[in-house]
Write a protein that binds this ligand. Structure first.
Ligand code: FAD
Length: 449
């Protein structure tokens, strides 16, 4: 099956520079976060195919421009929007080919996770795509990929069998376990510090779980201690079929004022299997409960809609995050403080029971922990920047002593550098970069020289 990208825009294939018609709109469109930084690339190439990408890399070399890449533009920090240099926008490379029998897909980096899921659904196939509509596989897979059913299927990048990459010398190469294995290793975890342009991913697909759904509970904020003591207690024992999480915000169903929602999406083989995986919720606190919903089977399209209530488009975001395995009693005072200071909804704090397995995949990705906490400040108007932009970062700084590192998915490295891979993996990434990109054509992570 073949889906072709449709190049409908007038500047498709063009390289735009400041002053050119289309430059301002192209720059504005580089980031989904409306809080576009005040940084101005020297040029933006709107690539329509692999040849445009190769040409753009060669142009950058010839003109001495450093390169960044944009797929879906969902980097909260707009990592690829730097001063000077060339942005190669590969969002139009969103072709998708399926080999249903071989359970393989070849997809362009501009293919959105939800679009991939829609194409796989009729064939009973599945890929652990991101939880939000619009997130594209380009940036998502490079940083690891925490997707639906990911506690069972692994990080999404563990389902990448190979990649086609335009390297710093302008050649197009295939990277896999057998060819260009250094690039293959680096591309699974380097995230916004990758030193090449991925123009196609070769993905391993999985059987679609027969039953998908979720259970839900809500509580007022003063129940935080009971709720989190419960979550920390059950966390290590929760089946990998369940993505147990808690969301704190000022808009919680069945609760007046700020509160916390326990959400438990499940991916199982049968209804019985799903209900059994959720039995632990019987022990959830009952007093002061707002809404209590048992397991309900739901289509993934519904789950996407539900998640997107918290991530509206055309809004301004300031995001930060941390991995941790600290004791609940050490974490609770900080949760109280950040909930007390919460900006209006849909701003929220997301706590995830990740409890990772012992991973055997040898790849750059190497930093995760029992629990994940991410803070998302969300607001609509630029006039509110000064009120809400610091909430996420201030509270993550206050909790930094509890952190083991950060996830690149929600990185804020330009403002708050923190570890994102194991130290020896960072050394190896630097060594591969030095060999593959000796002239430092590609920008590295923000916050690093
Ligand atoms: C609303 C929302 C929901 C999200 N939900 C999830 C989630 O459920 N799970 C999760 O893991 N993450 C999630 N994220 C984080 C998201 O996965 C990362 O921001 C990811 O980088 C987005 O990919 P992108 O292609 O859309 O973004 P981009 O901004 O285009 O890419 C991010 C960076 O990756 C690099 N890059 C992108 N494409 C290429 C390429 N083809 N070749 C080389 N380098 C490239 C660039 O450095 C770029 O700055 C979410 C983000 C948002 C905004």
């Amino acid at each position: 099956m073949l889906f072709q990208a449709s190049p409908a825009d007038p500047y498709c294939g063009a390289t735009l520079r400041p002053g050119d018609a289309g430059y301002d709109a192209a720059r504005r469109a580089l980031a989904w976060n409306q809080r576009l930084p005040d940084r101005f690339p020297a040029a933006i190439t709107l690539a329509n195919d692999v040849h445009d990408v190769v040409r753009a890399v060669r142009t950058a070399r010839a003109e001495g421009l450093r390169v960044t890449v944009r797929s879906g533009g969902h980097s909260w920090a707009a990592n690829h929007v730097r001063d000077g240099g060339l942005v190669i926008d590969v969002s139009r490379l969103r072709d998708l080919r399926l080999d249903v029998r071989g359970r393989l897909a070849m997809a362009g980096p501009g293919c959105a996770g939800h679009a991939l899921d829609a194409a796989l659904r009729p064939h009973g196939l599945f890929f652990p795509a991101g939880h939000c509509r619009g997130v594209c596989i380009g940036g998502y897979l490079l940083q690891g990929g925490f997707g639906w059913h990911g506690r069972t299927l692994g990080l999404a990048c563990e389902s990448v069998a190979g990649l086609d990459v335009v390297t710093a010398d302008g050649s197009l190469v295939h990277a896999s376990e057998r060819e260009n294995a250094d690039l293959y290793w680096a591309a699974r975890g380097a995230g916004p510090g990758f030193f090449g342009v991925v123009v196609r991913f070769h993905l391993r697909l999985h059987a679609r779980p027969r039953v998908i759904g979720a259970a839900y509970r809500s509580y007022p904020a003063d129940a935080l201690p009971e709720v989190f003591r419960f979550l920390y207690g059950v966390g290590p024992h929760v089946s990998p079929k369940v993505e147990l999480q808690a969301m704190m915000s000022r808009r919680v169903r069945g609760v007046r004022g700020p509160g916390v929602e326990i959400m438990a999406p499940v991916f199982a083989d049968s209804l019985g299997d799903a209900r059994a995986a959720l039995e632990f919720l019987d022990a959830a606190p009952r007093s002061r409960q707002g809404v209590r919903s048992p397991f309900v089977p739901l289509p993934l399209t519904w789950m996407y809609r539900e998640v997107m209530r918290h991530y509206p488009s055309r809004h301004r975001y300031a995001v930060d995050n941390m991995w941790m395995s600290a004791d609940v009693e050490a974490v609770l005072p900080h949760l109280h403080a950040l909930v007390e200071a919460l900006p209006p909804a849909p701003s929220h704090a997301l706590w995830l029971n990740w409890a990772p397995p012992q991973r055997t995949t040898d790849m750059a990705f190497s930093l995760e922990d029992a629990h994940y906490l991410a803070l998302y400040g969300v607001w609509e108007h630029a006039r509110d920047d000064a009120r809400y932009a610091s909430w996420a970062e201030v509270h993550m700084r206050a909790m930094a002593h509890l952190a083991t590192g950060i996830q690149l998915a929600d990185e804020n490295l330009g403002r708050r550098p923190a570890p994102f891979v194991a130290p020896h993996h960072l050394d190896r990434l630097d060594a591969i970069r030095a060999a593959r990109d000796p002239q430092q054509l590609f920008h590295t992570w923000m916050g690093r020289p």
